[in-house]
Ligand binder design. Sequence first.
Ligand code: S3P
Length: 172
Amino acid sequence: MNKGMVYDNIVLIGFMGSGKTSVGKTLARKLYKDFVDVDTVIEKEQGCSITEIFATKGEAYFRSLEQKCINQLTEKKGQIIATGGGVPIHSTISEKSLIVYIDADFDVIVERLPARERAKRPLFDDEERARALYEERKDIYKELATFSVDANQVIPTFIHVIVDYVLDQRVL
Ligand code: S3P
């Protein structure tokens, strides 16, 4: 990816609970783009929650839904797309996406994630397993990202860093 690249969409990646959805909504408002969330699209299409999909059909099936969903979404342009934490690990994301890594430390994520939000995430059932998953994934997120933002502070303090970066790029 280089400076002359024209990106179709902005795709937010990062671990569960790092704030992708909240960042995405704010970013979309500030940049006058549409906001879409992969998990929400899947839940709507399937008519049930992510937890239910994991429980009844299994993780592999959920991963196939994610790949299909991100493919369909990136056929369009001009959107801010929030992904589930496993999307960049298990799926391929269109090369025409400006990928922003919402980079928060695991302890910050744990502090931010209320119990009701944890309950929606089957892979956060066990905190130590979630920590191991975080350690496994964090370098992959960084490598895949066009741009990483330190997300250890509250959103209003770092959102302008993303906005400035994006405005300096060409996104349809
Ligand atoms: C997952 C992250 C979740 C959701 C599913 C699996 C993961 O999304 O897609 O529970 O593998 O990291 P969030 O990142 O929005 O929590």
